[in-house]
Design a protein around this ligand. Sequence first.
Ligand code: CP
Length: 300
Amino acid sequence: MQAASFLEKEDPLQRAHRLAKRRVALLFYESSTRTRTSFELAAKGLGADTTLVSALSSSIEKGESLKDTGLTLRALGAECIILRHPNSGAPYLLDRVTHLPVLNAGDGMHAHPSQALLDLRTILHRLRPEHTNAEIDESTLAGVTVLITGDILHSRVARSNAELLPRLGARVILCGPKALLPECASEIGPGIAIERNFAHAMRGAQVVMMLRIQKERLAGLELNLNDYIAHYQLNAERLAENAPRALVMHPGPMIRGMEITSEVADGPQSVIEEQVRHGVAVRTALIARALDAMPELVSA
Ligand code: CP
């Protein structure tokens, strides 16, 4: 967080010297709008040359392995690889075979760490005392309840947030029907509770984070989408009745009319666009750290 704030305030010309002439590769096996674009903007903002390799327009389509793709990018001069991959654990494999810093841009149903960090930054910015000019304080989450609702089963975003936020003192409540939220989810870590009743879960939450229903992964699950909407959709009435002051978050992409209504997504409590904006600052810091381009913070 400190590095993100430092780099965000830095003169852009000075920032662009940090990684001048260095090469960062974006290797995306799954589609992405927010993560890919913000990592790319972040790397470019640091002055790096970037290249994008996506599964559908590269030799991956011809069957080239992750290992060989990584070694090829390294041979072409990449010093850092940002990877999105459908298999959990793929970034560890790539790190092991290339010996390059690998940043996880989402792996399977496992983790999406940079998303959790930008979510954290959004929450910290919004919950800091409004009347002070306080620097972002990483202990601010003590006493804060974050409700995460929806397709927890398939969500790498939920998993990363449920691991990160309690470390800073937040209470995390996971909410959803059994088909999308197995009881064992509470074992992700300490500070996590499960609540099936959405309205009940919303009361007392300072943050209501909605997740996309991943329709592509619902085959075989006992889930009726109309029932889901009836019980778990975040609509204006539910929000006004149960959490009229809570921040409304969504990592995107959202399916309007499914997990959230347009009225709420575009409403005054929504910080969804802010989340996207924080993505650039957070990912700038991650890339700078991965390539040792932050000497002043190491010596601080
Ligand atoms: N939140 C998120 O990962 O969005 P994208 O899939 O568009 O990157």
